[in-house]
Ligand binder design. Structure first.
Ligand code: NAD
Length: 277
């Protein structure tokens, strides 16, 4: 194969990418599920806006790697989604840096595990702000542009805890159920505008957030870490396996594709059968 043929093959492969030319904002994408989604959307050709906290040097290396591997623009926003103004900040930053937002993935989230009577009030406020209100603020800022262009994809990352509850996770369960309800409303309001809004409800996915939960639960129940994994975390998950971040990324990419144009208002469990029980 000569250089011209290689270049034509590469161009043909790039043209096949389902999200070529789209701009995707993924909140909380410096680690875990958000990063897995960002990598997958970049592989499908979307320009990427990363967001979240972490070591600035590591974030810059991640930004550079995703851009290089996928030949797409990748930028990073430091917006702190615990603040109501951050939704608009993020969407405006994206428009200026890479273009108007076509795809919004609301993924940023935190967790705290404690009985209700001991649940710190500040943790309740932070979880509701980051896990629920930030999705509202970002969608509110992104929708006018999506409506103007007649195309948009919103994917909200809730949890199996958006569909069922567990003890000691009052704020998280409340916020995630809220995300499911908010997403249905968004779907109805945008149903004729070329925009879809869906929810992914993962069971346990192997990420730093889960790693931290193992420590919290071990402390709350005074049991060793391996017991937390077998007796608590994966107790409700019939397939007894942590999902991987790239599996969530693949579903998000599908929901953002043209093939998913009629899927809206859906909450899709990726939970190894947890919520089938
Ligand atoms: P993670 O801790 O690995 O990642 C969370 C991301 O959110 C990070 O990038 C972090 O910097 C960012 N973030 C936190 N606070 C923020 C703020 N104020 N502003 C901006 N960004 C902020 O967690 P994860 O496991 O990848 O979880 C991602 C999402 O998936 C969360 O909404 C979580 O509730 C949900 N989820 C996770 C699991 C799981 O098993 N890991 C299961 C179900 C749902």
């Amino acid at each position: 194969m000569n250089i011209m043929e290689v270049s034509r093959t590469t161009d043909a492969a790039a043209a096949k990418r389902s999200l070529n030319g789209r701009v995707a904002v993924i909140t909380g994408s410096t680690s875990g599920i958000g990063l897995g989604i960002a990598e997958r959307l970049a592989a499908e050709g979307a320009a990427i806006v990363l967001n979240g906290f972490g070591d600035p040097r590591e974030i810059e290396m991640t930004r550079d790697r995703i851009a290089f591997e996928n030949n797409v623009p990748v930028v990073y926003s430091t917006a702190d989604l615990s603040q109501a103004a951050a939704g608009q900040e993020l969407i405006s930053f994206a428009a200026e840096a890479v273009g108007e937002v076509d795809i919004l993935i609301n993924n940023a989230g935190i967790q705290h595990v404690a009985p209700i009577e001991d649940f710190p009030m500040a943790k309740w406020d932070a979880i509701i702000a980051i896990n629920l209100s930030s999705a509202f603020h970002a969608v509110r800022a992104a929708l006018p542009g999506m409506k103007r262009r007649g195309w948009g994809r919103i994917v909200n990352i809730a949890s199996a805890h958006g569909l069922v509850a567990s003890p000691y996770k009052s704020a998280y369960v409340a916020a995630k159920h809220g995300v499911v309800g908010l997403s249905k409303t968004i779907a109805l309001e945008t149903a004729q505008a070329g925009i879809t809004c869906n929810v992914i409800c993962p069971g346990y996915v192997w990420t730093p957030l889960v790693e931290k939960q193992i420590e919290d639960q071990a402390r709350t129940h005074s049991i060793p870490r391996d017991k937390v994994v077998t007796d608590i975390l994966l107790k409700a998950q019939p397939n007894k396996r942590f999902a991987q971040t790239d599996e969530i990324g693949a579903l998000a990419a599908f929901l953002c594709s043209e093939s998913a144009a009629s899927i809206t208002g859906a909450s899709i469990p990726v939970d190894g059968g947890w919520t089938a029980q």
